[in-house]
Design a protein around this ligand. Structure first.
Ligand code: HEM
Length: 143
């Protein structure tokens, strides 16, 4: 899949000045629409978690032109997520919450092309993370 790198970089650049609020809003959106995933974060330090999610997003954006680096890191992250109990069915919930949060922050800059760019990017991230999870435990592919 070819990602719209320019549009991803440009739109993420507009989020960056509000990045901490952005990731906090992401978890609010996720838990509002999918309260069933909240127990997975029962023991989690959410301030730290927000920073880690932000770091992961920054890493993805900074490495869009280095797919080898991106692939390795995201596969490893996906394997760790399998250990946290994350199932393939949870990814669409996270993707939808991410898109909603982008829409809220980008407002009139949330154009159909930007939406498509982030939909494709999330799909690529999910594929790599689930590949990593499947390598760790082949059964996780069918869950
Ligand atoms: C785009 C997809 C995702 C990204 C970029 C992402 C990012 C992260 C990062 C950076 C961490 C910190 C620990 C680590 O790196 O292993 C983490 C932890 C975690 N994530 Fe995700 N995640 C994603 C999808 C999901 C999904 C779909 C779920 C399930 C609802 C989930 C649940 C968790 C949980 C339970 C933790 C552990 C929290 C703890 O340490 O207590 N994540 N995630």
């Amino acid at each position: 899949m070819s990602l719209n790198i320019e549009l991803l970089e440009q739109s993420f650049g507009k989020i960056k000045p509000h990045a901490e609020e952005f990731v906090a809003s992401f978890y609010n959106n996720l838990f509002l629409v999918h309260p069933e995933v909240k127990p997975m974060f029962a023991e989690t330090n959410m301030a730290k978690q927000q920073k880690q999610l932000l770091a992961a997003l920054v890493f993805v954006i900074n490495n869009l032109r280095k797919p080898e680096a991106l692939g390795k890191t995201l596969e490893e992250m996906g394997a760790r997520h399998a250990v946290y109990g994350t199932l393939p069915k949870h990814y669409p919930a996270v993707g939808a919450a991410l898109l909603t949060t982008f829409e809220q922050y980008l407002q009139s800059d949330w154009t159909p092309a930007v939406k498509q760019a982030w939909t494709d990017a999330f799909e690529a991230i999910t594929t790599l993370m689930l590949q990593g999870a499947a390598k760790l435990s082949p059964e996780s592919e069918v869950l």
